[in-house]
Design a protein around this ligand. Structure first.
Ligand code: FMN
Length: 190
């Protein structure tokens, strides 16, 4: 059963490292026949810079893409022990389209490998009724892990971690897609 994964870029910084990590993650996901990938890059979206009363066509388009996804992989760096503001703005711009869907993480940064950003994101996605996978992929000292062309120098451990995370993401995506079909999420028990 094919799972449509929305891969979300966490950084919009000029000169960001995110491109390398996200492109690696996208190619890992796309190499598996059970997944398709929609890469969502807030730097390319032209979202408004604050929440507006009227919904822009760009925001409507983003909601539609999030709504179509069965699962999410968020690629996030760590900024001051958390995740970037641009990622928070994207997450907060959408609501029910996140609900009852799984979220996996690929994180990167200095010594912590972005793990503190991931722990903060777990709280945010819980509030949005999304479920986060236990296992994640993490790149500590990320600059030392990729070559100039964006190739991982020692891909083995990251590929193994990715396989574990994607296995969990697939399980949840299948389970909750069927559950949402049987009963739309949020309906009362009565
Ligand atoms: C504003 C800012 C804050 C940062 N804070 C941390 C931090 O708390 N912990 C860490 O490990 N790395 C930190 N870093 C390093 C980033 O994780 C690293 O530069 C990463 O490449 C940033 O992602 P980007 O290049 O895709 O924007 C910080 C970088 C920036 C720009």
């Amino acid at each position: 059963m094919s799972i449509n994964v929305a891969l979300i870029y966490g950084s919009t910084r000029e000169g960001r490292f995110c491109d390398k990590v996200a492109e690696w993650a996208a190619s890992e996901i796309a190499s598996r026949s059970e997944f398709s990938v929609d890469a969502i890059d807030p730097a390319a979206l032209a979202l408004p810079n604050r929440h507006k009363r009227e919904e822009s066509s760009e925001l409507a388009d983003l909601k539609q893409r999030i709504g179509k996804a069965d699962a999410f992989v968020v690629v996030t760096p760590e900024y001051n022990h958390s995740y970037p503001a641009a990622l928070k703005f994207l997450i907060d711009s959408v609501r029910e389209q996140w609900q009852a869907k799984p979220v996996g993480f690929v994180s990167y940064g200095g010594v912590s490998g972005g793990l503190r950003a991931v722990e903060h994101l777990r709280l945010v996605f819980a509030e949005l009724h999304a479920v986060t996978t236990r296992d994640t992929v993490s790149f500590a000292n990320v600059w030392a892990q990729f070559d100039g062309g964006g190739k991982l120098l020692q891909p083995g451990a990251a590929q193994k971690a990715m396989a574990t995370m994607l296995g969990q993401l697939h399980w949840w995506a299948i389970a909750v897609r069927e559950a949402r079909r049987v009963k739309p999420y949020g309906q009362s028990a009565a």
